[in-house]
Write a protein that binds this ligand. Structure first.
Ligand code: ATP
Ligand code: F1X
Length: 314
């Protein structure tokens, strides 16, 4: 396989989704169902893109003690396993889904501690993929202990020097340095962007203003997601608000990753801003109906895309 898209997951996770109707703190809760999935933001993004027919590689770090679930997933999803195995075990993040209260609670663990040798191995893998025709690189998720906050910034600069475009989805201390390296696409949620800017973004107008600040700094496409409120997308002088229909939600885990996958998918097709917003939102809606990194069939995605309301913003 010659992947044209790769994602990097430096802090992967096994997602243990537990269904607990009426989840209650400080009480004994009975788990109604449990499901284990290969996860981590970049692995989810790559999975959604592979499902939609893109030749996709998943790079990153996996603890060699428990990598079997990932290897099995990559094979089933038809993705290239380009992950570096490192010491220890990949974390298991717990996702408590409460269908009675329509809530999802994440318990995200710290994960592996990465070494300089691990990062060197990942960088070497990215260089090999680039030499084989990589077009897009997704840098997704938190950074593990052991890696500096400028890790994404350095990887963006290296990718751009070799003509590879970059989509970024991260938060916290890694977001600022990475934005300064001017990724081609960035998809924070409103809380993550507000935390970076130091001000709460509580209205679409405030989100629009913040997204325009990032575009003015040289970022190509800024998509700010707002949960059920949809997303505001800004590119150049254009801006749109994509509003999703009300839908049944199996789990919100990975909805943002699916949006990132949709943004990269749209970029490979050269879609305009409104069409980009529509398909990226449809990807996220498709993910909401599933537990684990999978999308419904293409016909369902197209049906969801038609139900998205797109409004041009002045
Ligand atoms: N309850 C919902 N109803 C309809 N659409 C939703 C809902 N929650 C999320 N979405 C869709 O998914 C997109 C991404 O959601 P969100 O803003 O929660 O991303 P996120 O915080 O990055 O998610 P995560 O990090 O868990 O993947 C939204 O822009 C919207 O299109
Ligand atoms: O620690 P991060 O990288 O911020 O988030 C990790 C994570 O919550 O993100 C994915 C959903 O977006 C899950 O598969 C995974 O458990």
């Amino acid at each position: 396989m010659q992947p044209t898209i790769a994602t990097l997951t430096l802090n992967a996770a096994i997602d243990q989704t537990v269904t607990v109707p009426g989840f209650t703190l400080d009480a004994v809760n009975r788990v109604e169902a449990v499901q284990l999935d290969a996860g981590g933001k970049g692995i989810n993004v790559a999975s959604f893109l592979a499902h939609f027919g893109h030749a996709t590689a998943a790079a990153g770090l996996l603890g060699r003690a428990n990598d079997a679930l990932f290897a099995q997933h990559f094979a089933q999803a038809g993705m290239l396993d380009a992950c570096t195995r490192c010491d220890g075990a990949t974390r298991t993040n717990v996702k408590i889904v409460d269908p009675a209260q329509d809530q999802v609670t994440d318990l995200n663990f710290p994960g592996v501690t990465a070494s300089a040798a691990d990062l060197a191995s990942v960088t070497e893998t990215l260089a090999r993929l680039t030499a084989r025709g990589l077009v897009w690189l997704g840098l997704c998720g938190s950074l593990p202990a052991g890696l500096g906050a400028d890790t994404y910034a350095r990887l963006i600069t290296e990718a751009h020097a070799k003509g590879v475009k970059v989509a970024l989805d991260t938060s916290g201390a890694a977001l600022g340095p990475a934005l300064a390296a001017r990724p081609d696409i960035v998809k924070p949620n409103a809380d993550e962007l507000g935390a970076y800017l130091g001000r709460a973004l509580t209205t679409p107008e405030a989100v629009l203003e913040a997204a325009r600040e990032l575009v003015a700094q040289g970022i190509g496409l800024v998509a700010v997601s707002m949960g059920a409120g949809g997303a505001v997308l800004v590119r150049g002088t254009g801006a749109v608000h994509a509003r999703p229909p009300r839908i049944a939600v199996a789990s919100t885990v990975g909805a943002g990753d699916a949006m990132v996958a949709g943004l990269i998918h749209a970029a490979t097709l050269g879609l305009d801003l409104a069409a980009t917003a529509r398909i990226a939102t449809a990807f996220s809606l498709g993910a909401l109906g599933e537990i684990g990194p999978r999308l419904p069939e293409r016909a369902r995605i197209e049906e969801l895309a038609h139900a998205v309301e797109i409004t041009a913003l002045g």
